[in-house]
Design a protein around this ligand. Sequence first.
Ligand SMILES: [Zn+2]
Ligand SMILES: [Zn+2]
Length: 197
Amino acid sequence: MEQKTYLSEVLLRAELADLIRYLYRKRLAEEIIADFEAVFARQPALETRLGIMAHWVDFFRAHKYRKMMRRRRPTHKERMTACAACGYPVSHRHHLWDIATHGENTMTVQVCANCHELYHLMYHALARDSKYSRKLVIHMLASGRVAPEVAGQVLDWCRATLRYEAGNGWLEPYKTSDEWLEVTLYWSRFGGGQGAG
Ligand SMILES: [Zn+2]
Ligand SMILES: [Zn+2]
């Protein structure tokens, strides 16, 4: 029993230090950790020390979670990267795995503002069955201003995300089917079969 409590103190103290080092710059982190160590050194009752640690570990865990969920600002170099679908010279970072579920992550593509909008409209039409998005996508495709191979590339990314989400049970599997693509976006009329893979 004594052994177990000792172990929880060691583990909690280590987690507290890890969280602080994750959240703060090196020097500040070491100062904060030293302050905590000083507080613990003055506190002879193990139960009280454990209580204080548990409280602050909870606090910093919530802080870490919020930080992980925060969208990282794009770098200048990322913004200067050409659109991966149409070649336009500046782009946004689009997350193929959404931040709300995965936190900031590296599953991204660089797409220009127009291709980015097309992606999200396609996604909402196919995944959320949004009539509003569907109308806009059909309007864009019918305009003749979006090259079929560009729309096909954007659709490929969109469908890769849909399959990933369906594979995890977050989306009805029929939404990844060619039939669904056809009834939703009349794809064969515009894409000539591109991107339907
Ligand atoms: Zn583009
Ligand atoms: Zn996006």
